[in-house]
Ligand binder design. Structure first.
Ligand SMILES: Nc1ncnc2c1ncn2[C@@H]1O[C@H](COP(=O)(O)OP(=O)(O)OP(=O)(O)O)[C@@H](O)[C@H]1O
Ligand SMILES: [Mg+2]
Length: 99
């Protein structure tokens, strides 16, 4: 088995089909299996972020700031209570802790 990171995308044209729910649960299972997991929350709704128990009002920086304001990617990774790490997109939800 390769040590390279594997990516899983949860994508569907239709809304409300369980993408976010599936992502959070798959991430939790992989983390329990001993995998190091990083959720990249590209949805400005940030439902995966709030679903992981992170209060979006407490967040300062996000992937938006990485892409447009030169904030370091390492600066925006948040560790959740479950041990899953997440990257956030929306500017409204932004804050970071070190990885
Ligand atoms: N396997 C499931 N069985 C029943 N309900 C589910 C299941 N997966 C998700 N749901 C429910 O369906 C609703 C939509 O789920 P979710 O938010 O994960 O969808 P989504 O595809 O991410 O939506 P959006 O397009 O708005 O981002 C939620 O209320 C969620 O609790
Ligand atoms: Mg969603």
């Amino acid at each position: 088995m390769s040590n390279l990171a594997q990516s899983i995308a949860f994508v569907h044209h239709k809304g409300g089909t369980g993408k976010t729910t599936a992502c959070i649960n798959v991430a939790g299972c992989l983390q329990k299996m001993g995998k190091k997991v990083l959720i990249v929350d590209l949805d400005p709704q940030a439902n995966a972020t709030s679903g992981l128990g992170i209060d979006r009002r407490s967040i300062e920086y996000s992937l938006y700031d990485v892409l447009f304001d030169n904030i370091d990617m390492q600066e925006i990774i948040l560790e959740t209570d479950s041990g899953v790490h997440t990257w956030l997109f929306s500017r409204i939800i932004a804050k970071a802790s070190s990885y």
